[in-house]
Design a protein around this ligand. Structure first.
Ligand code: PPE
Length: 307
């Protein structure tokens, strides 16, 4: 789907026209993958437009840059205000927000330190990530033949553009084989995550998810769902998950900003549970959508655009 164009993009401190948001072909990021980004959703709640967990996403953006010794030339508050300003300027009620920090144009060569750290923020309307029926009926996925990076190769706690070459391989292979998404194992052969989602597995009413040490991105939705699981009075266990535990699970779902809470109905053509969204998945979906649709903010997760 082509990106649904809006009017303005925030780039290095200014709102400019969508078509003018360009960079030089010799920018460091193009050649060496030196970018860090976020995906954030703004929801049209019953109480007004609100950004979901803005602080957590901005924190991860600064963390990602720090891991790569890049200093973002704006404060957290400045970027938070820029995000709100970009949504307002484009008159959107609900949207996906994509802040991206990148090494720009100056020197060539691997060493990034001589290249400026630049920032852009784009917003657009983005519906269900894994298809219209996905949230309700679930999706068919496979285990990827591609693994997530070993711990001392690419840091997966950084949401770096370069990491998404690995994600692209996982996604393309899954699509080529007729699946909606792929799940990658980590370097030890334990379950890691999807190309753009974390994973939760339920068996005998216990909810399991993979730990940071399984080469995952520390998802903001993952963190939110862990809190929702605890509030439902259920047990959450973060542990290395063997591949075969997926096949014998009662329920499995993906979490992500784009994917939200998407049930998985089969893995490698083995039906999971009854082959539809299970009861705990449905409870968690309804707790999540109550917050973002109704604007019930008991967790202080929403930043309303108009205070
Ligand atoms: N793992 C990966 C690899 C990942 O990219 C995401 C988000 C997650 C886990 C979940 O993280 P969080 O959104 O904080 O709950 N993937 C983003 C990009 C998707 C894309 O195609 O672009 C997203 O969901 O916005």
């Amino acid at each position: 789907m082509p990106i649904p164009k809006v009017e303005k993009i925030w780039m290095n401190g200014k709102l400019i026209n969508w078509d003018d948001a360009k960079i030089h072909v010799l920018s460091h990021v193009i050649h060496y993958g030196s970018s860090w980004f976020e995906g954030i959703r703004c929801y049209a709640t019953k109480k007004g437009s609100a950004i979901f967990r803005l602080d957590a996403h901005l924190r991860r953006l600064y963390d990602s840059a720090k891991i790569y010794r890049a200093e973002i030339p704006y404060t957290v508050d400045e970027l938070g205000n820029a995000i709100k300003g970009t949504i307002k300027a484009n008159k959107l009620k609900a949207c996906y927000i994509r802040p991206v920090v990148y090494r720009g144009y100056n020197e060539i060569g691997v060493n990034p330190l001589g290249c400026p750290v630049e920032v852009a923020i784009a917003v657009w309307e983005w519906g269900a990530y894994l298809g219209a029926d996905a949230l309700e009926k679930g999706i068919d996925v496979c285990i990827s033949s591609w693994r997530r990076p070993a711990p001392d190769t690419f840091p997966t706690m950084a949401k770096a553009g370069g990491n998404y070459l690995n994600s692209q391989l996982i996604k393309m292979e899954a699509l080529a084989n007729g699946y909606a998404e792929g799940i990658a194992l980590d370097a030890n052969g334990n379950v890691s995550e999807g190309s753009g989602e974390n994973i939760f597995v339920i068996r005998d009413n216990v909810v399991y998810t993979t730990p940071f040490s399984s080469a995952i991105l520390p998802g903001v939705t993952r963190d939110s769902v862990i809190k929702l699981v605890k509030d439902l009075g259920l047990t959450i266990v973060e542990m290395a998950i063997p591949r075969e535990m997926l096949y014998i699970a009662d329920e499995i779902f993906f979490t992500g900003t784009a994917a939200e809470i998407t049930p998985i109905k089969s893995i490698d053509k083995i039906a999971i549970g009854k082959g539809t969204a299970g009861p705990i998945t449905k409870k968690l979906q309804s707790a999540f959508f109550d917050i973002v649709n109704l604007g019930n903010d008991k967790y202080k997760w929403l930043t309303f655009i108009e205070e």
